[in-house]
Design a protein around this ligand. Structure first.
Ligand SMILES: C[S@@+](CC[C@H](N)C(=O)[O-])C[C@H]1O[C@@H](n2cnc3c(N)ncnc32)[C@H](O)[C@@H]1O
Length: 273
């Protein structure tokens, strides 16, 4: 299925990836799911969504399905999770990992959902809106399919909050500036805009929590931050000659001396329809 409104950043067009790159991105999603800082973000979202037995929930942009499987366990018995992603290859990866919960896997575009109005008790949408061209259209769709009184829970990165210490500040700034729009999505500040967008839609009981993820070692940061991940292929960087090498030299030194630090805020914003 060809979604109507996508930017062409990696997660916006997973089906167009060469197989080795696709496998790397799915492995990256799974690595993130296991990372304690992402678990902390998800714990905050879990408290905000409050999944309960018998509910019907939507995981919009479900990726490899880790959250959908956890939600399915939480809504059992009697509940159901619809795990939706525009990428057929990603949904196939999610299906391969299915653990028996009540999950229906569907392809679809979050900006144009082929789902009925008012049919979900809650929606989880994690790190998807930063990849779509018009987040308000997508949020409108998520609200449309949620029943009155149901909860919409949005999680998104604020790439503008990314900061490093222990490395050359000018070089870090150059790298971050260069990576934005290449390894990171074009809508860099999506996380901080979520609250405003839900206010605009007239939702109530809005709970907005900025969760600042803290990475005191390069290996830990590399799981979430592509610009610290030496596994990201050289060709994806598109940096001027020598820049990548100078950067990793800095990162490795800072890691070895214990001085490396990176922080990134991910927002969790939930509201009642
Ligand atoms: C960064 S991944 C996050 C996946 C998952 N939510 C997680 O947190 O592990 C972004 C996901 O959004 C999906 N996606 C991107 N644009 C989409 C769209 N317009 N409609 C539905 N899914 C989309 C991608 O295929 C990918 O699986």
């Amino acid at each position: 299925m060809e979604p109507a409104q996508l930017d062409r950043t990696p997660f916006a067009d997973l089906d167009a990836m060469p197989p080795d790159m696709f496998a790397m991105l799915v492995a990256a999603l799974e690595g993130m799911s296991r990372h304690p800082e992402i678990r902390r973000v998800r714990h905050t979202a879990w408290q905000a969504l409050r999944p309960a037995p018998g509910q019907r929930l939507l995981d919009a942009g479900c990726g490899a399905g880790d959250v959908a499987r956890a939600l399915a366990a939480a809504v059992a018995p009697g509940g159901e999770v619809v795990a939706l992603d525009y990428s057929a290859a990603t949904l196939a990866a999610a299906r391969e990992r299915h653990d028996g919960g009540d999950i229906r896997y569907v392809t679809g575009d979050v900006s144009n959902l082929d789902l009925d109005d008012d049919t979900f008790d809650g929606v989880w949408c994690e790190r998807v809106l930063q990849h779509v061209q018009d987040a308000d259209v997508a949020i409108g769709e998520l609200i449309r399919v949620t029943r009155p009184g149901g909860r919409v829970c949005l999680l998104d990165t604020d790439w503008g909050s990314l900061a490093f210490d222990g490395v050359d500040a000018g070089l870090a700034q150059t790298i971050v500036g260069h990576m934005h729009g290449r390894l990171t999505p074009r809508q860099l500040d999506m996380g901080r805009t979520l609250r405003r967008r839900l206010v605009g839609y007239g939702l109530h009981d809005i709970a907005a929590t900025p969760v600042t993820c803290y990475f005191p070692e390069p290996a830990s940061a590399a799981v979430v931050l592509p610009m610290v991940n030496p596994e990201v292929p050289q060709e994806a960087w598109m940096t001027p000659a020598g820049l990548r090498e100078r950067w990793f030299d800095q990162v490795d030194r800072a890691g070895a001396s214990g001085e490396f630090l990176a922080v990134l805020t991910i927002w969790v914003v939930a509201a009642t329809v």
